[in-house]
Design a protein around this ligand. Structure first.
Ligand code: ADP
Ligand code: MG
Length: 897
C-alpha cells in the first residue's frame, strides 16, 4: 500500500463501496490513481502525475466550490461517488467520507423524468417494491405476485438505481432484465432489508403515519425500509424531503407489461428515441413538473372510472373554453419546479435564487385559482383541484419569502446581500452603518481635493492594498503630512491615512458581520421553508396537474379529438378512429372498430344482438397495408381513454379494460442472447398467463420466427385458448390466412381485413378496414416498390403462380378451373379447399374432427401416430413452450419420411 496522500486516498476508497472517491486536499477535491483516469476520461479533466514516496500516480482535481457540477455529471453517468471531507484535528487534519452521491440520491438533478431509487425484495413468489424520488419527495410502495409483475412495475417507474434485496441478488434472470433497462444495481447491506430494522427506519422517518398507510405486508415494509436506510446512509440531509409514504395497488392501474409499454411506444420508440413516442406527440405542457406528471399518467392509466371521468370532465371544460385555457397556460409558464425546489430547501441545498423561485411560483397559485374561479371553469372539477392545497398557508409562506429576500441576490449564500432591508433589525443596523461608511468613503476624494487643494485624487480598494488614496505623480509632493505612502506606480502614488485605515477596518468588520448574520438568517429561513416541504409539494402537484390537464385539452382541441364514453365493462366501439402518432405526419385514413364487451359484458346484459358477441378479430391484409397501425390504434385509444384523455376518433365507447397486452413485430433481442423466436414465445406465454376476460390483447404475427406449420399450429392453439379460456378482447394480425377459417368454428371470432385494390397489376392500399378475410399478401408488390430488380420480381410472380397451382391441386376437391384457396384445417391436419365449388361453412369443429378421423384410414403409421398425439394434446392444458417443443418433435418425425 502506498504511503502519504495517495495511500490515504486508497485506504479511504477501500472503506467505501463507491465507484469513485473525491477527497478534499486543501482547496481542491482530488481523484487519484484509477479514479483520476476515469474522471479525466468522463469529464475531460486534465490528469497530471503526483509523485508520492518514490512512485508516481495519476491525479485529477477540481476546486472546492466547483465540485457539484462535476459530481452531478459523474452520477448522471451512473457512478456512485464518495466525497471525503478534510477537517482540523489537534495535531493537524484528518479526512473522512461524509456522503456518497448515487444516481438515486442526487438532489441537483438535471433529469426531466422522475428520478426513482427503487428496491425490490422477494419472499417466495411475492415481491415488495419501493420507489422513492428524493428530488420530489415521492415515495411509493407496493407488492406484486411473480417476477414478471415486478419487472413490469420496474419498467413503468424506470428507476435510475435499484437495491436488490438479498433473495433477489441471486436471481440472475430477473436482474439481467433490470440491468438491460440501464438501471444501476447497487448491493446494499443485507441487514437493512431485515423486517425489524426496516420497520424501525420507517417509524423514525414517518412516525405513526408509517403504520397508518397500511404497509402491513412484510415485503413492502422491507423494501421501503431499505430505500430509506440507503438514502439516510449515503446522503446527509436528503431524507428531509421525503415527507410521506404512499402505498398503491398495482390494480389501481392498467396492467402494462414491459413489452407492451415498449411496443406501444408510450414514452420512447422501439429505437429508444423520445421523439415519435405517444407522450412526445401529445405533450404541450409548459412546466417540467407538468411534463413529468403527464408521462406518469400515460405509463399508469387508471382502472377506476371515477378518477378517469374526473379528469375527462376537466379536459372537456378546458377544451371548450379556449380563452380560459390560454390564460392558465400563460400563468403556468412562469412556474418553477416546486416539488424539486421543496426537496432542495428541505435538504439544505437551496440558494437564494431557489427561494426566489419558490416565492414566485407560490404567487401563481392565487392567479391560477382566480383564472379558474372567475371563468366558465368554475363549475368544473378544476375548481376542486386548485382548492386542494392550503391556500392561506401558501400565501403566508409567500409573504414570508417576499419580506425576506433581496431582489437580485448573489449565487453564493455566504457573502451577504441576500436579504431585504426591514427583515431583521440587527441586520438593518449593519446595513445602515455600512452605507454611512460607504458614503464617507465615496465622498473622501472630493473632500481631500477641496481641503488640500489636490487635483487628480481617487479613492479605491483592491485585494492587496485595501482602501487607498491615489494621487497623480505631478501633485504627489503636495500631499499633506499625515498621508503615508504605500506604493508608487508609473503615473501615481498610493497613500493611506490613519482615519482611512480605521474606516477600512470597520467596513471589513461590518461586511463580515453582515455576511455571517445574513447567512445565519438565510439558513433559518431556508429551514423554515424546508419544513413546509409538504405544502410546497402539494402546491407543486396541483400546478403540475393543471398543466397536464391543460396539455390534454390543448391537444384535444387542436387535433379534433373526442371525449370517449367509458363503460365498465363493455364493448370497444370506435367510429372513424385514428392513430394518435401516425396521424400527425400522415394523411390518415380513419377506421372503425367494433368489439363486444366479451363475456364480462354479456353477463351484464340480458339479450343483446349477435354482433355484440364478437370480441376476437383476426386482421388480415397485404404487407404494409396498415394492420399493425390499426391494432396499435385500438390499444392507444383504449389507453388514452383510461388516462382521462380525449381520443382520436369521431366517437368512441370504451369498456374499461384491466390490462393491455401486446406482442408486436419481431424485436431484435439477439443482442441479449435470446433468439427472436424464444422471445416471441416468452411474450406469448406471459400473455396467456396474465390476461383476463377484462383485458385487451394485441397479437401482431405470432409464430413468424419458426417453420410455417409450427407457426400456424401455435397461432391456432393460442387463438383457441384466448377465445375459449381467457375470453378477452383480442386483435390478431396474421399472415397465416389459414387462421381465418377459425371464424367459422369459434363463435366470437370475426375476420376483418385491410383493403387493397388491384388494377392492371398495380396495387393501391386503401387503408380502410373491412369485414371478412383476405388471402392476398401482395408481398411481391412490396418487393417491387422497394426496388428489387425487375427480373427477380417477375420470376417471383411466376413462382407464386406455380405454388398456388400446386397447392390448389394438392387441396382436396380442387379443380384447376375455379379459383381455390387452400385452407389448413387443423381439425384434420390437412389442407382443405374453400371457394370454387364451395365447401360448407357450417362445418363445426366436432364434425371436422370426425371427418378427419375417418379420412386418416390409409395413412402411414408414423403419420398416424403423430396425428393421434396431435389429437390427444389438450391445448388448454399445455403451455405454449411445451406445445412448441411438441410441434417441433412432430415435424422432425414427419420430416424423416
Ligand atoms: P402492416 O402491419 O399491415 O404491414 P403497417 O400498419 O405497418 O402495415 O402500416 C404500413 C404503413 O402504412 C405505415 O407506415 C403507416 O404510416 C401507413 N398507414 C397505416 N395505416 C394507415 C392509415 N389508416 N392511414 C394512412 N396511413 C396508414
Ligand atoms: Mg405489421
Amino acid at each position: 500500500m502506498p504511503q502519504g496522500i495517495v495511500g490515504e486516498f486508497l485506504s479511504l476508497k477501500e472503506e467505501t463501496d463507491a465507484d469513485l472517491l473525491a477527497m478534499q486536499c486543501g482547496d481542491f477535491y482530488e481523484f487519484f490513481a484509477d479514479d483520476a483516469e476515469t474522471v479525466g476520461r468522463e469529464l475531460d479533466l486534465k490528469v497530471s502525475q503526483k509523485s508520492s514516496h518514490g512512485s508516481s500516480y495519476p491525479m485529477a482535481g477540481v476546486p472546492l466550490d466547483d465540485l457539484t457540477p462535476y459530481l452531478k455529471a459523474l452520477v448522471e453517468r451512473g457512478y456512485r461517488v464518495a466525497v471525503a471531507e478534510q477537517y482540523e484535528t489537534d495535531g493537524g487534519h484528518a479526512r473522512e467520507v461524509t456522503r456518497v452521491v448515487t444516481p438515486g440520491t442526487l438532489l441537483e438533478t438535471s433529469r426531466e423524468d422522475a428520478q426513482y431509487l427503487a428496491s425490490v425484495v422477494r419472499e417466495g413468489d411475492r415481491y415488495g417494491l419501493a420507489f422513492a424520488d428524493v428530488t420530489t419527495g415521492q415515495f411509493l410502495v407496493t407488492s406484486v405476485e411473480g417476477a414478471d409483475a415486478a419487472g413490469s412495475e420496474l419498467y413503468r417507474f424506470d428507476p435510475v438505481e435499484l437495491l436488490p434485496g438479498p433473495e433477489v441478488r441471486s436471481d440472475d434472470a430477473f436482474l439481467r432484465r433490470v440491468r438491460d433497462q440501464g438501471v444501476k444495481l447497487t448491493t446494499f447491506e443485507t441487514e437493512a432489508f431485515a423486517p425489524g430494522r426496516a420497520r424501525h427506519a420507517l417509524r423514525e422517518q414517518f412516525g405513526d403515519a408509517a403504520e397508518s398507510v397500511g404497509l402491513g405486508e412484510g415485503v413492502t415494509v422491507r423494501a421501503a425500509g431499505a430505500v430509506l436506510a440507503y438514502v439516510t446512509e449515503t446522503n446527509a440531509g436528503v431524507t428531509a424531503s421525503m415527507t410521506r409514504l404512499r402505498t398503491y395497488e398495482p390494480t389501481d392501474h392498467l396492467t402494462l407489461d414491459a413489452t407492451t409499454q415498449r411496443n406501444l411506444e408510450l414514452t420512447e420508440t422501439m429505437h429508444g428515441d423520445r421523439s415519435g413516442s405517444l407522450v412526445d406527440a401529445i405533450d404541450h405542457t409548459v412546466t417540467s413538473a407538468g411534463g413529468r406528471l403527464l408521462r406518469e399518467w400515460v405509463t399508469r392509466p387508471r382502472r377506476d372510472r371515477d378518477e378517469i371521468e374526473r379528469r375527462l370532465d376537466c379536459v372537456e371544460a378546458l377544451a371548450t373554453h379556449a380563452l380560459a385555457r390560454e390564460r392558465l397556460r400563460d400563468t403556468l409558464d412562469g412556474a418553477y419546479d416546486l416539488e424539486r425546489l421543496a426537496s432542495r430547501a428541505a435538504g439544505g441545498r437551496a440558494d437564494a435564487s431557489d427561494l426566489l423561485s419558490i416565492r414566485d411560483t407560490l404567487a401563481l397559485l392565487p392567479s391560477l385559482a382566480e383564472a379558474i374561479e372567475e371563468s366558465a371553469l368554475a363549475n368544473s372539477p378544476l375548481a376542486e383541484v386548485v382548492g386542494r392545497p392550503d391556500r392561506e398557508a401558501a400565501r403566508d409562506l409567500h409573504g414570508e419569502l417576499d419580506a425576506a429576500l433581496a431582489d437580485d441576490p448573489p449565487k453564493t449564500v455566504t457573502q451577504g446581500e441576500l436579504l431585504r432591508k426591514g427583515y431583521d433589525d440587527e441586520l438593518d443596523e449593519l446595513i445602515e452603518r455600512h452605507a454611512e461608511i460607504r458614503e464617507w468613503l465615496d465622498s473622501l476624494a472630493a473632500r481631500e481635493k477641496r481641503e488640500h487643494g489636490l487635483s487628480h485624487v481617487t479613492v479605491d480598494r483592491n485585494r492587496t492594498d485595501g482602501y487607498y488614496i491615489q494621487v497623480g505623480k505631478s501633485v504627489a509632493d503636495q500631499v499633506p503630512e499625515h498621508y503615508r505612502e504605500i506604493k508608487t506606480l508609473k503615473n501615481s502614488k498610493r497613500f493611506v491615512t490613519d482615519e482611512l485605515e480605521e474606516r477600512e477596518r470597520e467596513v471589513l468588520r461590518i461586511e463580515e458581520a453582515r455576511a455571517d448574520l445574513e447567512y445565519e438568517l438565510f439558513c433559518e429561513l431556508r429551514t423554515r421553508i424546508g419544513e413546509r416541504a409538504e405544502l410546497l409539494q402539494d402546491v407543486g402537484r396541483v400546478l403540475a396537474e393543471v398543466d397536464a390537464l391543460v396539455s390534454l385539452a390543448t391537444h384535444a382541441a387542436g387535433q379534433d379529438w373526442t371525449r370517449p364514453t367509458l363503460t365498465e365493462p363493455g364493448p370497444i366501439e370506435i367510429e372513424a378512429g385514428r392513430h394518435p402518432v401516425v396521424e400527425q405526419t400522415t394523411e390518415f385514413v380513419p377506421n372503425d372498430l367494433y368489439m363486444g364487451g366479451g363475456v364480462a359484458a354479456s353477463r351484464e346484459r340480458a339479450g343483446g344482438h349477435a354482433n355484440e358477441e364478437r370480441d376476437f378479430l383476426i386482421v388480415t391484409g397485404p404487407n404494409m397495408s396498415g394492420k399493425s397501425t390499426y391494432m396499435r390504434q385500438a390499444a392507444l385509444i383504449t389507453l388514452l381513454a383510461q388516462v382521462g384523455s380525449f381520443v382520436p376518433a369521431r366517437s368512441a365507447r370504451v369498456g374499461v379494460v384491466d390490462g393491455i397486452f401486446t406482442r408486436v413485430g419481431a424485436l431484435d433481442e439477439l443482442a441479449q442472447g435470446r433468439s427472436t423466436f424464444m422471445v416471441e414465445m416468452q411474450e406469448l406465454s406471459n400473455i396467456l398467463h396474465s390476461a383476463t376476460d377484462e383485458s385487451l390483447v394485441i397479437l401482431d404475427e405470432v409464430g413468424r420466427g419458426t417453420a410455417t406449420y409450427d407457426g400456424i399450429s401455435i397461432a391456432w392453439a393460442a387463438t383457441e385458448y384466448l377465445h375459449n379460456e381467457i375470453r378477452c378482447k383480442t386483435l390478431f394480425a396474421t399472415h397465416y390466412h389459414e387462421l381465418t377459417s377459425l371464424a367459422e368454428h369459434l363463435p366470437r371470432v370475426a375476420n376483418v381485413h385491410v383493403a387493397a385494390e388491384e388494377r392492371d397489376g398495380d396495387v393501391t392500399f386503401l387503408r380502410t378496414v373491412e369485414e371478412g378475410a383476405t388471402d392476398r399478401s401482395y408481398g411481391i408488390h412490396v418487393a417491387d416498390l422497394a426496388g428489387v430488380p425487375q427480373p427477380v420480381v417477375a420470376r417471383a410472380s411466376e413462382v407464386l403462380d406455380r405454388l398456388r397451382e400446386e397447392k390448389a391441386i394438392e387441396a382436396k376437391g380442387g379443380s384447376s378451373g375455379a379459383p381455390v384457396q387452400a385452407v389448413f384445417d387443423l381439425g384434420s391436419g390437412q389442407f382443405a379447399a374453400e371457394g370454387g365449388s364451395g365447401r360448407t361453412t357450417e362445418t363445426t369443429e366436432a364434425t371436422a374432427t370426425e371427418e378427419a378421423a375417418s379420412d386418416g384410414g390409409g395413412l402411414d403409421p408414423e403419420l398416424e401416430a403423430v396425428l393421434d398425439e396431435l389429437r390427444g394434446t389438450d391445448v388448454n392444458d399445455t403451455s405454449p413452450l411445451e406445445l412448441m417443443g411438441r410441434v417441433q418433435e412432430w415435424q422432425r418425425r414427419l420430416d424423416t419420411e
